[in-house]
Design a binder for this molecule. Sequence first.
Ligand code: AP5
Length: 226
Amino acid sequence: MSEVMTTPAVVILLGPPGAGKGTQARMLQDRYGFVQLSTGDLLRAAVSQGTPAGLAAMAVMEAGGLVSDKIVLEILENRMAQPDIRAGVILDGFPRTDGQATALDGLLAASGMKISAAISLTVDDAAMIDRVAGRFTCAECGEGYHDTHKPVAVPGTCDKCGGRAFKRRPDDNADTARARLLAYHAETAPLIAHYRKAGVLQEIDAMGPIAEIAERLGEVLQRLAT
Ligand code: AP5
């Protein structure tokens, strides 16, 4: 990000499950050197560590609902307090509610940072189900793949780290994916209007090949930097 912006940037990626937030955030991280911060990843880490927050979040995540603002904000604030964030951050899957958006404004104001852009990735609902149903990740480095849209080059081996173990998310089944989509439309989609009003909204058509969406995102970030 420092390549395109001179002040610490905060870029929000908004979009339904399967929009490509994680995929694009990792690519932007590699390209611009800022930090991808995914509340989904932070919550999954808390679940696997068995922390009190993780234990409270687990059932909600498996059902496809939204974890309480209290838990999410506590986890996010801890992560945002770490110094690497000053390189610029891409928020993947946060904020997701009005309360989280308000809390983020306060958190950034206190640390002298501000939102550079809230980028809304739009995808068809049908594509979203197909994308999450075929998703798998490297168990070692977390690189994301898809059975048909982004397969590994050598069967059984991660392209990025050479790892040979892969995993699938328990919430990537059709029923839970539909519940996640409902939660997105009810709680998160209204934030699009919020960020439009704040003058930071950018909308990107996220249908099409992964590399093409990355190009569109890169163009938006370059435009913001000039
Ligand atoms: P989270 O982990 O954030 O999941 P999500 O928002 O449902 O988003 P996904 O990770 O499913 O999709 P993505 O947009 O990142 O898509 P990806 O790039 O992986 O949250 C999980 C749960 O945690 C929530 O349900 C909730 O319970 C809780 N939670 C998290 N944050 C919270 C918060 N702030 N507040 C409250 N609760 C919270 O791509 C998907 C697949 O498609 C991949 O296989 C990829 O290879 C493929 N793909 C990507 N782009 C393309 C493309 N252009 N064409 C074809 N395939 C593509």
